[in-house]
Design a protein. Structure first.
Length: 349
């Protein structure tokens, strides 16, 4: 059921992005030839009365909207995309980005209004500590602690967890952890003289979750959070791009569709609010990524239109097709690479 929710959530993000292009194109009386889920080859499609083909395609990396007159000159045809004015073409290609930012804001507003369930999470594990030897990992959620005759159950506050262990005469304790969708029981032995700053079992703790907020406060805080997410993602992308030259292996840390589904499934296990929070982050991430001036991305297409506007003449359709085709091929190769890497990580971890 968690996987179904995750896939549905990701599908909403993708379809909403493409619907942004689709709806604005329709409003500006641009003929839409195809609305596709995934990338070709096409698995099946159905043609509507509006002459738009709605299709499902084999490569599940996103979606697309094919506009009439987008890949070839259509002289004096008012429904052709390339014959539209600069502002009209710009609005069409940027509409998906705006939709993703709005979705991120809406999801975060819902999360802040509902609040997020409180949990105690392992934030760090010291090397060589009892926790490390028992297989405790960062990101694990503490569901239960049993020591002596004391039992604490989720939600657990970090101070209560520390106090129960510190005040116990027994050196043995049992902890039940939630990792993804799995519940894991571990047995630990307290250290009598732990290294400075590590504690008796060698873990760092953090309380996650938040109380509900009023709707006005949620809307304003969500707007701020959306802007902050956008800025952080830009910084992360810059670090990734510059870091590749110093350490090419850094790209192995980039998650693809399989990795995102796995991560979202883990978020779902903590509660629906955490899934919405992650989907908000992914939606903002999609907006920022598509804004990059790279061929085949929305930002790249907008850059072409901007150059045409500045120069006062159109760039050859053939050149645009070559540039966008090359960019698209590179993006597909990247997605295949990160997907293979995701699958490898599933078996390694």
């Amino acid at each position: 059921m968690d996987i179904v929710l995750v896939i549905l959530g990701l599908a909403i993000l993708i379809l909403s992005h493409e619907f942004g292009h689709f709806s604005v194109a329709k409003m500006l009386k641009i003929k839409v030839e195809e609305f596709g889920i995934g990338f070709p080859p096409r698995l099946f499609g159905k043609k509507a009365k509006s002459e738009t083909i709605y299709s499902v395609n084999a490569l599940p990396f996103g979606g697309f909207v094919k506009l009439y007159g987008e890949g070839e000159e259509k002289a004096s045809d008012s429904e052709a995309f390339l014959n539209k004015k600069f502002w009209q073409k710009s609005v069409v290609v940027l509409a998906g980005i705006v939709i993703n930012l709005l979705l991120g804001w809406i999801f975060l507003s819902i999360v802040f209004t509902l609040g997020t369930p409180e949990h105690l999470m392992i934030s760090s594990v010291s090397p060589g500590s009892p926790a490390a030897q028992a297989g405790v990992k960062e990101g694990d959620i503490v569901q239960k602690l049993t020591i002596d005759n004391v039992t604490l159950s989720d939600p657990i506050v970090d101070s209560d967890f520390v106090s129960a262990i510190k005040n116990s005469a027994d050196r043995s304790l049992q902890v039940t952890l939630l990792r993804g969708n799995k519940s894991i029981a571990v047995n630990l032995e307290k250290r009598l003289n732990p290294p400075s700053g590590q504690g008796t079992i060698g873990v760092g703790l953090t309380n996650i979750g938040a109380a509900p907020k009023s709707i006005p406060k949620s809307l304003s805080d969500a707007a701020v959070a959306t802007a902050e997410f956008s800025w952080l993602i830009l910084g992360g992308l810059w670090s990734l791009i510059t870091g590749i030259f110093a350490n090419p292996n850094i790209i192995k840390n980039v998650a693809g569709p399989v990795g995102i589904i796995s991560l979202a499934s883990q978020a779902t296990s903590l509660g629906l609010a955490y899934l919405l929070q992650l989907l908000a982050l992914i939606s903002v991430n999609l907006a920022v990524l598509n804004l990059i001036p790279f061929p085949a991305l929305d930002g790249g297409r907008f850059l072409v239109f901007l150059i045409e506007k500045i120069k006062g003449r159109k760039i050859s359709t053939r050149i645009q097709l070559i540039i966008n085709g090359t960019g698209f091929a590179l993006l597909i190769l990247l997605m295949i690479f990160v997907t293979v890497n995701d699958v490898r990580n599933l078996f390694v971890n």
